[in-house]
Design a protein around this ligand. Structure first.
Ligand code: ATP
Length: 244
């Protein structure tokens, strides 16, 4: 069985099939992108995988175990962590306090404070440890969100539009950080509308439209895939993201 496997996953809201019979698997060490027009079902897919919403049908396996329908904190404990489109740190806590309250999925030989210091440094927030999260600029908020995810010691990280709301310089810095995290052994699945930046990082892209998987290929093939191009017709995010 693969490291991570989604089988025939479906999530229906009323009459909307937000995720429709989606199957794919990811091997350890991959860096996979997920694209699709607005409302395609990408975030819902993450909600269901991470246990925040219940699947209508289908299964999710991670490291050989079925995790479908488990509580989000138990899934994090297995080593699968997600981030959100809008960062969700505790605004009234400092950067460091935001990390102190995160539980790791694994025991660590090194002191907790040493580990947190290392994470803070890795994400480039050393100078802001005592700042309130609520006072951070958008780029640093994203870094804090990543630091919180790293503090859980994930084996698989699901990132939901980490570049949203960032300027070109911030995106470049964050992309470098993600590539470093990947090199250090974290498997990553990333939803992103900024396609140009995404395609530079990942080796494989899944495209989703109306809840269905319509492509699963290398980036060069996906951006020229007929179904993918059609799916994006009339969707401004394609022009914005790729043809600029
Ligand atoms: P975006 O790129 O804009 O973030 P997305 O691909 O992440 O979009 P989703 O947010 O997963 O898309 O939404 C998929 C579909 O499910 C949409 O039609 C949306 O309106 C619907 N949907 C999402 N959440 C709910 C909900 N809680 N109740 C009802 N419908 C929902």
């Amino acid at each position: 069985m693969s490291f991570f496997q989604v089988q025939r996953l479906t999530k229906i809201y009323g009459k909307v099939k937000a995720v429709n019979d989606v199957s794919f698997s990811v091997e350890q060490g991959e860096f996979v992108g997920i694209i699709g027009p607005n409302g395609a079902g990408k975030t819902t897919l993450f909600h269901v995988i991470s246990g925040m919403q219940k699947a209508t049908s289908g299964t999710v396996h991670f490291k050989g175990k079925e995790i479908t329908g488990k509580a989000p904190h138990l899934i994090v404990r297995e080593g699968l962590t997600r981030t959100f489109q809008v960062p969700r740190p505790f605004q009234e806590l400092t950067v460091y306090e935001n990390l102190e309250i995160v539980h790791s999925s694994k025991p660590h030989a090194e002191e907790r404070s040493t580990r947190l210091d290392r994470i803070v440094e890795q994400v480039g927030l050393s100078k802001s440890v005592n700042q309130l999260a609520g006072n951070l600029p958008q780029g640093d908020l994203r870094r804090l969100e990543l630091a919180r995810a790293l503090a859980t010691s994930p084996d698989l990280l699901l990132l939901d539009e980490p570049f949203a709301g960032l300027n070109a310089g911030e995106i470049e810095g964050l992309a470098e950080l993600l590539l470093r995290m990947h090199k250090q052994g974290i498997t990553i699945i990333i939803i992103e509308h900024k396609l140009k930046e995404l395609m530079k990082m990942v080796k494989r892209v899944l495209a989703i439209q109306f809840g269905e998987l319509i492509a699963d290929d290398i980036p060069q093939h996906v951006v020229n895939n007929e179904r993918v191009l059609k799916a994006y017709l009339g969707d401004r995010s394609w022009d914005f993201a790729y043809n600029q």
